[in-house]
Structures are given as C-alpha cells and as structure tokens.
Design a protein around this ligand. Structure first.
Ligand code: GLU
Length: 651
C-alpha cells in the first residue's frame, strides 16, 4: 500500500482558503485526483447571509452562516463527502488508491477527530450502513455508546440513591453522561469485513496531521469560544483548546496533538484493543472518574470498556414510491421515523408541490429554490405523527421491545395510510397522538436538545457505499479530553427521568448496558422494481442535528426523490419540518427566508402561520451530505451551513 506524506501546512491553508491545495503525493500519474477544488465558495466567505449564533441553549452547536450558490460536484467512479475539507481530501486519496469505502471511513473518522473534535471522534459512537456491491448486501452496524454496568435508572439525575442531588456541575459535564465509546470497535469490525487496505496504514494521515499540526477552522474556533467556560474545567481540554490566559484559541491557530498521535499509533499497531484495554482504557476510566473541577464522577470500569461490542442489526428498509429507503433500526429512531414520515407522505402527491425557482444557473436555484407552504405543511404534519410514535415506542429494543416486536409495525402501509388520514390540508394538528397498539406499559417520552455530530457519505470504485453518522453527542461531548480525544456525553440521550408525565416508565429510560435512543439516520436509497425487488443503489445521505436529523434527512430525500433536485440543491434547500410540537422550523439562515422580525414579512412563514403553525425561523445547523448516481457517475453535495466538501475522481 502506498503511503502519503501529508503536509500539515497544506492542510491548514486548505481550511483557511476554503480551496484545495496540492498535497505531496508519490503517485504522479494520479496527481490532481482528490486535489481539485472542493465544491462551493470559500468557507471564509460563508458568513453573513442569515443570522449567526443566537439562542444557543436551543441550538447547542453553533450555526456558521450559509455558503450561498454552492454547485454540485460530479465524479466518475468514487466520491466522498464529509463535514471538513481536510477529512474529505484524506479519505478521497484512500479511494483513489484502491481503498474501499470501509477503508476511507477509518481515515475520515480519525482526521475528523482532529479537525472537527467538537462533533465526533474515537471517544464517541456511530451508526453505519454499508452496502457491499459484490454481495448486494446491506450491513447495519451499531457502534452506539452503552451505559456502564453500575448505572441505575437515576444515574443522570441523582448522585446516588441516598444523595438525591444533581450530578455536578450538571449531568452533561459530569462523568455521568459518558457512555462506553463504540465507534472504534465498530469501524474495526466494518473494516475487517469490507476493507482492502492494511489497518495500520489507514492511521497514517491522522497521525501525521496530529504530529505536524493543522489550523483551527472557523467553525471549530466558534465552537471553542462558545464552550470555553466548560472546557476550562478540564485541565487537558483547557491546555489544548484555550490560550494560557484562558481565552479561546482563534481560527488559524496551529494545533498539534502529540497525545492523539500516540493514541492513534497504539491503535494502528494493536487494533481497537489498544483502546479498550491497557493504558488508554485506564486513562479513560480515570478521566470518567475524575472529581477535578468539582465534577461528579462516572462509574465506568475497565470491565465496561473491555466488554464493549458493536452490534450488527437488521437494516430497516421500506418502500417509497419507486424507491426503497434503507435506514438504521433501534436503538436509533432515525430509520423508523424517516421511513414512517415518507410512508405517510406516499399518500400525497408531493411532486406537484415542487419549490419555486429551482431552475436556471443562478444562486437562488443552486440554493434549492423556495419551498411551498403546502409542501412544508404536509411534510411537517407527517413528521408530527411519526415523531409521536418515536417518542413513545422507540428505544433500545434489546431492552424494550417495539410494538409487535418489530420496527416494521410502525411502518405498516395500512397503518401509515390511516395516520395520513389524520392530516388536515388546511390546519396544523399542533401535537399528534401516538398510535394505539393495545395496552403497553410505557409513558410518553420527552425530547432533549442534542447536537455534536458529523455525517460521512462515501461511494468507492467497486460500487460499495458507506453512510455513517458519528457523534460525541453535544459539541465537545462531556468536555473531558483524554489522550488527545474528547469523551462523549451520549448518555444524556436517555430520558433523565425514568417516568413520563403520566407516571409510567418511559421506553428510553436508563439501564445498565443499554444504548440511548438516537435520531441518527444514515440512509441508503435503492431503485425498487414494481415487484418489490431491490435494484441499484441510487442515493447516499445523512446529517447531524440531534432529534432534528430526521427533518433534515426527510427534506433532502423529498427534494431529490419527489422534486428531482440535485444533491447540492437538496442539502442547500431551506431546512424545514417539525417534531411533535406546534412549532414548525423554517431555517432562517437560508437566503430565501426573510428572518427579520421573527419572519413576519416572509410569505412562506405568513402562509404557515395562517395554517396554524407556530413558526420558528431560528438558524438550523444541519450538516447534510448527499451523493446521487447520475448515469455517468456520481453527483455530490455538502451542506452550506458547515465546512464540508465533496471530492472524487473527475468525470
Ligand atoms: N446524540 C444525537 C443522536 O444520537 C446526535 C446529536 C447530533 O446530531 O448533534 O441522535
């Protein structure tokens, strides 16, 4: 296997200029591939259109503006889209050199852990859908964090049964929120099953970057500034992300991470076991158990780490018009809720409700036009109904079985047709009731805010594809930095209170060894023959965004499948939708939305309000990526709201 020398300085420039810079490579004949300019306009030119960070309690991951007029990227045989151009470029080179999507994932994840540590890393968890073209097989990998064996159902809200006070300084920033990380063992399994390159070599780009340094991107800098108070509490995090005087390191600062280089070297040599057992595991246990800064310790032990296993789940697929949508089942609610929404929508003629202004060579069209009120109304109503079921029934089904013992119960076409009948075309229902599946001893769940995640979409030259959403939960997770990486706060995705409003235990209550419910929705779409058989893979997509992920993915799929928008238009399009509440989101960061005065002068907002929606025009921080087959190759899009880029072999 060919080894690339990675230039940290080049990487730094790439980020600051928002354009690709040549990296040294020993494969002259391939020079240029993976080194073309990423799509869109420079990252540094992105701020400005639309409101920036406001109301951070509702949107814990900051918004970074909107890159208007981004163009789709056309590639021939392989493509990768990640949330950061340095990670995209490194992963692209693996694909260029004959690696598979599984190989490229290792590179993308390890580089993202350096250049986008607020969102994902080896201290977190992930869900991966992998399409193996030769076997026409879809594998669904669950690398979700787990609660430690010593956790009780009150672990997040009480220090102990006898000390019923809140963990300090709060559940998230204490050791209590930290689940046993899962992404590394999951990736090791996926690469073992689907990789072609040598495990060890796949760590070289990230090790070189950690050793030689890279520059803090504008988005990472914004997130450091926003999290400075919490980062200060942790000596390692403060030393890495803050200046000696405690102020946040600004964009453009060169960071090296020798601790991460050491960690990655150990994993490269000895596999994921180097992380789950031995010295690194001991450091993780110590970090989770720390009381420094007045933090309440978590109760994770060496046995919890050593016992972690990724799980292979049965992929959850459902028809949508002439397509088959495949997603992640429990413990993620992503697949079920996206597919239930689409199943409800298949009872309506959405194609006739295409957004305005989607054609022509201009920024308005490139940004996905402007959605119609009728479409936003219908889609939001369908989402309310789907979220109502999600909130009540979906959790880790190894602990709490789904109605009918299968996620397909909530996707039954007759059931969804009946749910569609509850939609009034002229009036929002506000809040939907969950479906009735007979007596179940479950309380109504509640939603929690959550945001600290990244999505990776990859297709390789063999026709394999990977759709992986990877997360430390909130930005910078639990703010504990150990051996160069951030530890997640994924356990806050459990309901902190085990009982619902009605006094019944909720499905997503905490239990030892249980995995918290997720909303992550890595998605693969296939053609569907009239007889129901699966055809070729046509779309790869997914997004971060906490519980809002479901809305981001639905609007992107509808834009591509019903409205024929290209993947860049689809991800760029206004982010809209609703969870199960009267509030409908219409992303005010988008240039097509007039967010001034709470959207009062915006015609779309006005029409939705007339239909009874409580409209929020707060900026939406999706981080979508999408790849689509287009006959001669692939077309890709990256979210204008983050720093992502698509690269591949030019078509
Ligand atoms: N923890 C969230 C989940 O698993 C993801 C958070 C995010 O997307 O920012 O659903």
């Amino acid at each position: 296997m060919r080894r690339h020398t990675w230039s940290g300085a080049a990487a730094a420039l790439l980020l600051l200029l928002g354009a690709a810079t040549a990296c040294s490579s020993d494969s002259d004949s391939k020079l240029g591939v993976c080194e073309t300019s990423p799509n869109g306009v420079p990252i540094t030119a992105s701020a400005g259109s639309g409101p920036t960070s406001t109301n951070l309690s509702l949107h814990p991951e900051i918004a970074t503006g909107y890159r208007t007029g981004m163009k789709p990227v056309h590639t021939k045989t392989f493509a990768v889209s990640t949330a950061n151009p340095v990670a995209t470029e490194a992963a692209c080179k693996v694909l260029r050199d004959g690696g598979t999507a599984a190989d490229a994932l290792i590179v993308a994840q390890t580089v993202l852990g350096l250049v986008e540590p607020q969102a994902s890393g080896i201290g977190g968890g992930a869900f991966l859908l992998y399409y193996d073209a030769a076997g026409k097989q879809i594998d669904a990998y669950d690398g979700r964090e787990t609660a430690p064996a010593a956790a009780t159902q009150d672990y997040l809200r009480w220090i102990s049964d006898t000390d019923r006070t809140t963990p300090q300084p709060n559940a998230r920033a204490s050791g209590r929120s930290i689940g046993t990380p899962g992404v590394l063992r999951m990736l090791e399994l996926a690469q073992h099953e689907h990789g072609k390159q040598t495990w060890r070599d796949l760590f070289a780009p990230a090790i070189a970057l950690a050793d030689q340094g890279f520059q803090i991107s504008p988005r990472m800098a914004g997130q450091i500034a926003d999290s400075a108070t919490d980062l200060k509490r942790d000596e390692n995090a403060a030393g890495y992300f803050l200046q000696p005087d405690g102020s946040p390191k600004p964009a453009g600062t060169t960071l090296t991470n020798p601790a991460m280089a050491k960690t990655l070297n150990a994993i490269a040599s000895d596999g994921a076991n180097a992380f789950y057992t031995g010295a690194i595991a001991a450091d993780i246990i110590d970090a989770i158990g720390t009381t420094s800064g007045g933090r309440t310790p978590g109760l994770t032990t060496a046995a919890d780490l050593a016992a972690y296993q990724p799980k292979k789940r049965t992929v959850l697929c459902a028809p949508y018009r002439t397509h088959e949508i495949c997603g992640m089942p429990n413990p993620s609610s992503g697949g079920t809720t996206v597919e239930a929404t689409l199943g409800i929508l298949s009872n309506f003629d959405l194609a006739s409700m295409k957004p305005a202004d989607t054609t022509g060579d201009n920024d308005t069209a490139r940004n996905g036009g402007k959605p119609t009120a009728q479409a936003v109304h219908l889609i939001s109503e369908a989402e309310r109904l789907a979220y109502a079921d999600r909130d009540k029934y979906v959790a880790d089904s190894d602990f709490i079985p789904m109605p009918g013992n299968s996620p397909q119960t909530l996707l039954n076409p007759d059931y969804l047709k009946q749910r569609a009948g509850l939609i009034d075309p002229n009036r929002s229902m506000g809040t939907a009731q969950p479906g009735d599946f007979g007596p179940v001893p479950l309380g109504d769940g509640v939603q929690q805010p959550e945001h600290g995640t990244s999505h990776i979409s990859i297709v390789d030259q063999y026709g394999n594809a990977a759709s992986m959403t990877t997360t430390v939960e909130s930005a910078f997770g639990a703010f504990h930095l150990v051996d160069g990486f951030i530890l997640n706060n994924q356990l806050t995705d459990f309901a902190a209170d085990p009982l619902g409003k009605d006094g019944l235990p909720v499905a997503n209550r905490l239990a030892p060894g249980k995995r918290p419910r997720s909303s992550m929705a890595p998605t693969l779409v296939f053609d569907r023959a009239p007889d129901g058989t699966r055809g070729q893979l046509t779309y790869v997509t997914g997004s971060p965004g906490g519980a809002v992920i479901i809305q981001f993915v639905v609007k992107t799929l509808v834009a591509m499948l019903d409205w024929g928008l290209n993947p860049q238009q689809a991800v760029s399009m206004v982010a809209f939708g609703a969870a199960n509440s009267p509030t409908t989101n219409v992303g005010g960061e988008h240039p097509a939305i007039n967010a001034a005065n709470n959207g009062d002068q915006d015609p779309l907002v006005q029409q939705l309000r007339q239909l009874g929606h409580t409209v929020s025009v707060l900026p939406q921080s999706s981080g979508l990526s999408a790849l689509t087959r287009d006959g001669t190759g692939w077309v890709g899009g990256a979210d204008p709201r983050r720093e992502g880029a698509v690269l591949g072999d030019p078509n």
